[in-house]
Design a protein around this ligand. Sequence first.
Ligand SMILES: Nc1nc2c(c(=O)[nH]1)N[C@H]1C(S)=C(S)[C@@H](COP(=O)(O)O)O[C@H]1N2
Ligand SMILES: [Mo]
Length: 229
Amino acid sequence: MQRNKLEKVVEARRALRERFEARIKATPSLSDPAPQGSGAPNRHGMPKLPVDQIATEKWPVLDLGIHPDVPLAKWQLEIDGACAHPLRLSFEDFMALEQVDDVSDFHCVTTWSRFDVPWQGVRVSDLLALVEPHSDATHLMCHASDGYSTNVSLVEALKPDVLLVHRADGAPLAREHGGPVRMITPQLYAWKGAKWIHRLELMTADRPGFWEERGYSMTAYPWQNDRYG
Ligand SMILES: Nc1nc2c(c(=O)[nH]1)N[C@H]1C(S)=C(S)[C@@H](COP(=O)(O)O)O[C@H]1N2
Ligand SMILES: [Mo]
């Protein structure tokens, strides 16, 4: 990306983070005085294994049973809704953004947790900075090519470990895990991370996604056993 454009994104991201900073620090996955779980502290000082979870070495596949075939040349990400500059990115545009390597944990609500997954991708905060969310934007609806959707608050989505990833375990993200590009939400249950993501919709109020409409939690905090709404 051009230097002046990059600087603009960095500034927009800083402004966005600043706007949400206090609320980000106060989220349950960072500041719960009595988190439920076991094991040594994780990266954020919470117990490594959230309550009623079991650690697994394997990476199970969990979804609605539809694995859309999205060739890289066809993949697009739309970012729209309550923002000043709605945007559509190709995979090439996406790859031109700052690429982040991060390691984080993955907690599925069906009780398995997979620790220390190496990911590569783009921070959701960078993507949102590009479109300049309106000041009354509060939540994201994440839309996927299998018809799935899930809602995430901006307070959670702006955390630096929330990524749209295209690599996992040192390899391109496999189709069954949401390749070419999926979202990850390490501080929430993993259903908040849409596989085969194609749209981030900025909203001015919370709205339930696929599982949330069917009784799952709007918030999904693993250390509060926050599975159902
Ligand atoms: N598009 C899409 N994303 C999805 C799902 C889905 O059915 N469709 N399932 C969610 C659930 S419940 C979990 S636990 C994780 C599982 O990711 P994995 O199959 O890579 O383990 O993806 C989440 N994202
Ligand atoms: Mo899940």
